[in-house]
Design a protein around this ligand. Sequence first.
Ligand code: SF4
Length: 346
Amino acid sequence: MIKKDFIEKLLDVFRQVEGSYSVVLLTDDKLIAARDPYGVRPFIMGKLGDSYIFASETTTLDILNAEYVREVEPGEIIVIDDEVVKTGKEKSYFIDKAEKYKHCIFEYIYFSRPDSQIFGEKVDKVRRKIGASLAIENPPPDKDNPGDDEEKKVIIINVPDSSNTATLGYFNECVKKTKNIKHEIGLIRSHYVGRTFIEPGQDHRQMKVKTKFNIVKGVLNNRKVVIVDDSIVRGTTIKLLVDLIKQANPKEIHLRITSPPIISPCYYGMDFPSKEELIANQYRGSVEEIRKALNVDSLNYLSVDRLLDSVPRTSEKTDYCTACFTGKYPIPIETENEKVKAKFDE
Ligand code: SF4
């Protein structure tokens, strides 16, 4: 039997914490999981026999052959002890209940694995839909030309692995309207190098990008190429990729991005660069200026409205944080220079 004062102390602690968190605590006889009231990050509970598992993504359960039970609800504290193991019924308490959840929309764009289920929906399904929305809003160039000539078709390529799924969504939507396109593998990624935008230090990152990708020249040579990517943060990676692809002598390079321009840092758990380092801010939000800087023939981003239309509303409370695209922070933040109030009600 858990003493009442222990739970009260836990609730008291979490009620004083503002922001985004998914916490797992281990005491001598309890496993405790807590999620912030806005449910910013995904957080799930699974079981393997009598054992309980807490993780961000359901893929963890797949690896362990464990079963998915449910999400840790936003604002919930779940306590597992011997009694729970015997009865099979977890103990649940609530820190606070927000009027609306504020799930991180970037999880569906990039952070979560496509084979995961988050916020009540499969990431693969949502990411394809985001890709399809981009195709509707920003189709490839030249869509009604040149019929069945294989050699002249526009080549759609993904940036492996992060844009694979969205590119399928983009291509499948485009192909409904034109036969003038082909989905090809034009970039090959080495799997021995990790993510790049969270690497500290510019030189180190540039070196990593160079060793991370290679081009399939025969696929890209003399073709109109559409690169579908999930986001542009500093622009370092995509700039190097464009330079790399140019070595294959394509006719044109067009960039399609499955997110809006990133204009603000994330204060809810993602290590984004400062505002000044973000390429969208360096060019004062001018997509044309960014296009020129990246040296491509066209550049289009998905709009915030289309993005919001593409993500699921699995409950009445479901809503999303879009702060890095809009600067509207749903949970108050305090930076070195300023206090920023929550802006989502405006
Ligand atoms: S600021 Fe962007 S990355 Fe951070 S939680 Fe909001 S949507 Fe996600």
